[in-house]
Write a protein of this length. Sequence first.
Length: 388
Amino acid sequence: MTKDSQGNPVIQLFEYVKDSAIRLTTGVKDMWSNHGRCKEIRAKQQDYRQMLKKQWELQEKNLSAKEMKARLAAVNGGITYDEFIFLANGKEDRTRLMNLMFLMWGAPKVFPYALMFYPNILPSPFAPLPDASGSETKLEKISRERAHEVIKALVDLEEKARSIPYLDKLNIFGKKAQERKMIATDNLGRSIGMIMTTPGATGGVGAAMVLDKMSNLLYKKDEGFTRGEKRLVGVPTPIILGLMSSIQGPGILNGIMPNFMRRGNVVAHTQKISEADNFLVSENVDLESLSTSRLLEACNDRLIGGVGRSVEELRKDLSDWLDQAVVQPATRTADTGEEFNGNLARAALMGYYSLEAVRDARCTSYLARSLFQGQSTTIEASDDSVKR
């Protein structure tokens, strides 16, 4: 574009319309192309399942049709990890497209505001182009924004443990329940502080401490977990809000969105990464074989890591995650017959690793670095004294 055309509003409008039309056409073509590749990947999965079906029919003749169907439904093999992630992304894009069509048909007046405040609702081929005008990279921006959300969640958690909301004070019949909830929230906050200030409680060691502290909430043998427990109903609101904002990014409407919708977003995300976790473990995927971009993507989905982390650090953290979220629970449930609440475990791990990234000296937020500087010095000194 010439210097004269940059100042001409008519030419600018024409260029905008042309670029929008090109992006729309390209996006539609990409969506159709992605749909075709997803069909090819699902065909490979289906062929693999048919092979397993014939093999199991010969080896386990007492297997009923219902059991066979259930076992085959849990199989995602026959494809690479890259193909698995492409299939998952395609599913997300189709869901977003259906949501957009529903908004355009059922709530056309809300549609422009949804695009304005939540650009992430667009399918990936139509997503806004990255803004290169800022002074920070994408990873730096994510690190800074997540640091702010973590600190905000900790402050809100302590406030919730110390004061009763105004509307709850009007409920004269629920005071005891409110007191129990405040005590539980206070205990949670103290547990977080205890784990994060324990010398050596970093990485997989700290993650193991978190899940061990919650063991009675993660495993049940006889009665099993209720639907509410699996959908994180008992998790305090500040934690749910912090997780959702860290996963999807901060938004103006996050604070006024009903909490059940926030929980739904967090549960959907935990289920998404649960499927990826199970694929990585069941298919014995070598983490060394993951490309740097794929490794970053996997760790980012789990709120692991941050700016300045090496590939080796990220790979170690992802390996620890898989061990805590899949390998150890599978071993324990096979031995004891207990049920494992994977949604709650992954929510706890995401909370831990997001806080771990905030107190890291490489965190982009200078505020977070200042807050945790004294703690980091204390931990390093304690570690040195232990070594001596």
